[in-house]
Write a protein that binds this ligand. Structure first.
Ligand code: NAP
Length: 283
């Protein structure tokens, strides 16, 4: 039976450390500030934005919200980003996704200055991540790295198999694990003999988006299983990409859903905002 990795406890541990550093910056007259842009009235986006503002409050940072109409044009959004880029009191900028379809998402994300890009979506930050000198790091994958650190797991020499090659989870997780000396395999929908590969994993990361996709017979005895999925089961209940009840009998450690990887993402957003404030103040 696996040890359950408690994402909420690890989030609080990380937020406490961030809060301490925010206090230190404040003592030097620096107030880390995050600007959050939300376009339209998607209820899920509203919840995410509220959670991000609450995390700023929790860590002593300042949050600014810019709620724009559904009809906002790409040009109007770019003008706001230009203003926030130029505002020295703003350290981090994020545009909550998804944006309405008529907005050119890539143009928007690339307009945010790399040093204020706390979601780490800008190509310059993606490039820095690949060559291993990124200050700002993608939040969800970094959350998993912090979970491993907290649990005393050193990825060195371990085989990390990642199911999923998205730009926000799978690919950056591969880079972060490579940088920590794991041997990395990235699988996707065209991978042949998936179970044969996943069964070799010492660390198995599921970022597929299909409820309970990873079955017990796809997992090696004693593997560490990190479940990124936020899916709905047949009863509409929140669940992950891993068949948790069965897999937890085989794994040595496992993240639950909810209460696993999810809570770490916003903590890492706070970490990036703090890092951005330090970089911008030459600290
Ligand atoms: P995504 O962009 O849809 O990518 C899914 C990946 O899974 C793709 O690379 C896809 O392969 C692969 N895949 C799909 N079916 C597969 C199959 N049958 N076998 C092997 N690989 C398969 O998803 P994402 O944005 O990475 O998100 C993944 C999950 O994590 C979702 O449930 C999402 O809600 C959740 N999520 C959670 C957080 C959090 O904070 N907890 C953050 C982000 C995402 P192809 O590339 O070949 O299509």
């Amino acid at each position: 039976m696996a040890k359950i990795i408690d994402g909420k406890a690890i989030r609080e541990f990380n937020l406490d450390k961030i809060q301490e550093q925010v206090e230190q910056l404040k003592a030097q007259g620096i107030l880390p500030t995050l600007a959050v842009i939300i376009v339209g009235s998607d209820p899920a986006s509203r919840i995410y934005v509220n959670n991000k503002k609450a995390a700023c409050e929790r860590t002593g940072m300042k949050s600014l919200e810019f709620a724009l109409d559904e009809e906002t044009t790409t040009e109007e959004l770019l003008e706001l980003i230009d203003r926030l880029n130029a505002d020295k009191s703003v350290n981090g900028i994020l545009c909550q996704l998804p944006v309405p379809k008529h907005i050119d998402k890539n143009k928007v994300l690339e307009r945010i200055l790399p040093e204020k890009d706390v979601d780490c979506f800008h190509p310059e930050n993606v490039g820095k991540l690949c060559i291993g000198n990124g200050g700002l790091v993608p939040c969800t994958p970094m959350g998993m790295v912090k979970m491993l650190e907290y649990e005393g797991v050193d990825p060195t020499g371990k085989h990390c198999v990642i199911i999923g090659r998205s730009d926000i989870v799978g690919k950056p997780m591969a880079m972060l694990m490579l940088a920590r000396n794991a041997t990395v395999t990235v699988c996707h929908s065209k991978t042949v003999n998936l179970a044969k590969i996943t069964k070799q994993a010492d660390i198995l990361v599921a970022a597929v988006g299909i409820a309970k996709f990873v079955k017990a017979d796809m997992v090696k005895d004693g593997a560490i299983v990190l479940d990124v999925g936020m899916d709905r089961d047949e009863n509409g209940k929140l669940c992950g990409d891993v068949d948790y009840d069965a897999v937890k009998e085989k794994a040595s450690m496992i993240t639950p859903v909810p209460g696993g990887v999810g809570p770490m993402t916003i903590a890492m957003l706070m970490r990036n905002t703090l890092t951005a404030a330090k970089i911008q103040n030459d600290l």
